[in-house]
Design a protein around this ligand. Sequence first.
Ligand code: KIV
Length: 296
Amino acid sequence: MDTPKKVTVPSIRAMKGSSRIGMLTAYDYPSARIVDAAGCDIILVGDSLGMVVLGYPDTLSVTVGDMLHHTRAVVRGNQRALVVGDMPYLSYHISIEESVRNAGEFIRAGAHAVKIEGAKPKRIETIEAILSAEIPVMGHIGLTPQSVNALGGFKLQGKNADDARRLADEAMALDQAGCFSIVLECVPAEVAAIITERVSCPTIGIGAGAHCDGQVLVYHDLLGLYDGRTPKFVRRYATLAEDAKAAIGRYLEDVREGRFPNEAESFLVAGVAEELKRLYGSREAVDNVVEIAKAQ
Ligand code: KIV
């Protein structure tokens, strides 16, 4: 079998203006295998796992330990895609030294790059320090979920001219710092289109319209695995939670009606129960099984 050509940071950069980038989150071995086999260019081990996998109301409780645990599982399931580890709240806020050390832990866990939210001047300094440790960085501006309390909720960003200009300035600062791509989350499509035209690195949109260089969604949202609140920009391509509930319902009915397991799903060994039968006797049901085993 041909080994698939691996996606790299330079190959993502080279996609700008030529082919759209498909990115999706994954959080464990099976989801990474599925996302990679489907042909995704980038797998983001998003801190959204706090909500869709760990059941928290937001991303703020997620720790570096949680993220590394899930990153390792994703890396084991991936062959071709570029794996980006999402640096969680407080892992790059305290000091530059601690931020570089934490980013390095993601690389040691097998990620190819890290993602960091925000673009204020202090954040740019941190990003530059991480880049100088040879760790590629994906930026993330607009609705940055780790700032949910400062932003006053999960809301559209860049709604007025001043905010839109601030977003464009932030995107250009991240581009100049050397980010290999920038996530634009929940910003007006026109603002995202202008930013995409102005920056040299690819933009990846989520709730940012069709003119970004790529798109990202959360695995559980796309597949209909999460029945919490889903934002307007999510397109559901499957209803797996519903399918799973129906399948489990059928299993329980089969168990309760004695239809599962059947003979083909059981181990029957002729002669193995004769001695026990002689010692303890048996009921009709056991006699039937012994007969079936003999006949095989
Ligand atoms: O954590 C996440 O899943 C994200 C994406 C939505 C961009 O940051």
